[in-house]
Write a protein that binds this ligand. Sequence first.
Ligand SMILES: Nc1ncnc2c1ncn2[C@@H]1O[C@H](COP(=O)(O)OP(=O)(O)OP(=O)(O)O)[C@@H](O)[C@H]1O
Ligand SMILES: [Mg+2]
Length: 307
Amino acid sequence: MAASGQDALLRVEHLSMRFGGLTAIGDLSFTAARNDITAIIGPNGAGKTTVFNCLTGFYKPTEGSVILTHEDGKQFLLERMDDFRISQQAKVARTFQNIRLFAGMTVLENLMVAQHNTLMRASGFTVTGIFNSPTYARANREAIEFSEHWLEKAGLVDRADDAAGELPYGDQRRLEIARAMCTKPVLLCLDEPAAGLNPRESEDLNGLLLNIRNEQKIAILLIEHDMSVVMGISDHIVVLDYGVKISDGSPAEIRSDPAVIRAYLGVEDEEEAEVVVERAVAAVAKKPAGKKVAAKKPPARKKGGRK
Ligand SMILES: Nc1ncnc2c1ncn2[C@@H]1O[C@H](COP(=O)(O)OP(=O)(O)OP(=O)(O)O)[C@@H](O)[C@H]1O
Ligand SMILES: [Mg+2]
């Protein structure tokens, strides 16, 4: 359900990001509620990753504000914070369009590294603290248990001691999400987590995201092109085109919005678009074995075509 007013975990207000003459995001406002999966969709180059980069401190927005409100009422103005504080204090975690794991480390080590800050705090930031302190020993045990918890959720228990870089693609995607969850975020930002996954892996991913949504009191922001994932698991969808919001609502509202049909589905005809979307949604419901969901990918834009 779209959040409005006070129940919003995240409020993006009049956000703009310009690179020279190019407006990657123009006056964008939307909200994301706790316990919701909010999808951000749109054609290639629409500005989706740029939104994440502004939320997570990788870019300083040209204008606008991004307000995150914790359950205890504490507010963070993300556009004024650096990426480290956004992750540590505001508790925003993200994954990247291109997988970024520590490929040479084991799966378990990747999850332990995510808890590095908690462990360093427990050590009192000293080497003697690491070796002698009972506080550190207890924190280390808890970090291992927490890693094991997320290994189980991500279906990776059997791969705990394997190098992350040796995992199949779908496992790596779920490991990235498990690693993000090990930082105990209140907002989880996922940039195209289903890209390159086969139908079985997509299904596992949907299961993991729904489980996180149902069991953790956090919000998920999901950038995704795969309509079966978007329509199947999102509570709320924001549609961008050329950096501008063209639609915002429930999956049912989005799928019948002519502006979305034209811009995102890449088809002119509403009936044809409905068939594309219905097929994708039906595929999620039936979970066909070994068959790729037939959601139409939006057309790629020519580079340099925008000013
Ligand atoms: N650092 C940058 N410098 C200049 N232009 C940029 C920069 N980052 C993004 N852009 C431009 O901003 C626009 C939006 O890019 P962005 O990566 O946010 O799109 P996207 O919606 O994530 O696309 P895709 O679906 O292909 O991942 C593009 O025209 C891109 O070239
Ligand atoms: Mg992108």
